[in-house]
Design a protein around this ligand. Structure first.
Ligand code: NAP
Ligand code: MG
Length: 399
């Protein structure tokens, strides 16, 4: 066949360990034979991040702002052990954190559903996408442990030195704890816009919840900002697309999610998103079947797998042992990026290719050919465990 042409490049962010190995194989086996792939390549592997003093991460994020679409491989976030292992100059920050700060984005995580792997909630026949607000609240808190007979106040001072003071609690004969948290309107607005845009993209309903009945200023501010942005910027677009924006209390949302069949986007405040994304991911089966996309409020997209670099498998691979690492989420990062590139460039062939590669991947697993992690979960009768590379070849046959 004649290879599918691309007009605009994708930003390609390479990464570390087992996912770096898989990255190259996906390109060689599943993409390059069919697509005249155009990418602007950034090596976010830890060695090169260290060599460039992490400038490569910043450059890759700025390139994403320029071109609008990126695909990212999992990367190591260095800790003390990695500083020794890679002889690093510094304990470089998480690349995902750096990229998210530059793009001001929200992360959306969606499970990939296949026959044979039943979610722990069997009524969840469609994916639930979770969006987590990644700023403020308890993650940027100030807290104190206070002795008995202490009085705690919440105090704010404006630019003219005017003080506002509210009593938090007069501690009696028991010591206790106090905590101060904050958020900023601008961040809540960016979060809301990213979510409204993504819902329009996916043509799915959008849910948002907080505890505004109890937190009449803090959580209520979230509710009000979302309502105002919806009314003034998105209501007509949602109605035209036939989708709904639904606000409710967080405990009501949790009850409804459990009873639902899935198929919507659930936007969560920072803590709710932290907790609920782990619950939802576990309920759908495997982290290796979870895709993730960072969407900025002005419409830039960075696609990746939700899992890490699968270090344990990489060390086996280095020793020449066979691995059975699941490449599905990384494949879907590529298809997500190629489809979005196609959509932005009016390239129907590229969009169709992304659809076919996803369909071939799902068909492979539903035919019973799968990696070890899914083999343990699948209820298919004639299932077969294959190694990392043979799984990709089985997809290529179907593609
Ligand atoms: P991980 O790479 O997600 O792997 C944890 C375990 O989950 C693996 O050992 C494996 O279990 C299983 N697993 C995850 N992905 C799998 C896949 N595709 N196929 C099969 N099994 C899979 O998390 P980690 O080991 O905690 O972190 C390793 C490195 O990744 C760290 O340096 C961390 O900083 C980085 N990380 C990066 C990102 C990112 O770039 N977005 C996210 C998370 C972590 P078994 O060993 O039992 O088979
Ligand atoms: Mg969590």
């Amino acid at each position: 066949m004649e290879k599918i042409k691309m007009t605009t490049p994708l930003v390609e962010m390479d990464g570390d360990e087992m996912t770096r190995v898989i990255w190259q194989w996906i390109k060689d086996i599943l993409i390059l034979p069919y697509v005249d792939l155009k990418t602007e390549y950034y090596d976010l592997g830890l060695e090169y991040r260290n060599a460039t003093k992490d400038q490569v991460t910043i450059d890759s994020a700025n390139a994403t702002k320029k071109y609008g679409v990126a695909v990212k491989c999992a990367t190591i976030t260095p800790n003390a052990a990695r500083v020794t292992e890679y002889n690093l100059d510094e304990m470089w920050k998480s690349p995902n954190g750096t990229i998210r700060a530059i793009l001001d984005g929200t992360v959306f995580r969606t499970p990939i559903i296949v026959k044979g792997i039943t979610p722990y909630i069997p009524t969840w026949t469609k994916p639930i996408t979770i969006a987590r607000h990644a700023y403020g609240d308890v993650y940027k808190n100030t807290e104190l442990q206070v002795p008995a007979n202490t009085t705690a106040y919440l105090v704010s001072v404006d630019e003219n030195g005017n003080e506002t003071r509210e009593l938090i609690h007069k501690f009696g004969d028991s010591a206790g704890i106090v905590q101060g948290v904050h958020n900023v309107d601008a961040s809540i607005r960016s979060f809301a816009r990213s979510c409204f845009n993504f819902a329009l993209d996916m043509k799915q309903d959008l849910w948002f919840a907080s505890k505004d009945t109890i937190s009449k200023k803090y959580d209520h501010r979230f509710k009000d900002i979302w309502a105002e942005i919806y009314e003034t910027e998105y209501k007509e677009k949602f109605e035209a697309a036939g989708i709904e924006y639904f606000y409710t209390l967080i405990d009501d949302a949790v009850a409804r999610v459990i009873r639902s069949e899935g198929g919507y986007i659930w936007a969560c405040k920072n803590y709710d998103g932290d907790v609920m994304s782990d619950m939802v991911a576990t309920a759908y089966g495997s982290l290796a079947m979870m895709t993730s996309v960072l969407v900025s409020p002005d419409g830039n997209y960075e696609y990746e797998a939700a899992h890490g670099t699968v270090q344990r498998h990489y060390y086996k691979h280095l020793k020449g042992e066979e691995t059975s690492t699941n490449s599905v989420a990384t494949i879907f990062a590529w298809t997500g990026a190629l489809r979005k590139r196609g959509e932005l460039d009016g390239n129907a062939d590229l969009m169709a290719f992304a659809d076919r590669l996803e369909a071939a991947t799902i068909k492979t697993i539903e035919d019973g050919v799968m990696t070890g992690d899914l083999y343990l979960l699948s209820k298919l009768e004639n299932k077969k465990k294959v190694n990392t590379e043979d799984f990709l070849k089985a997809i290529a046959e179907r593609l």
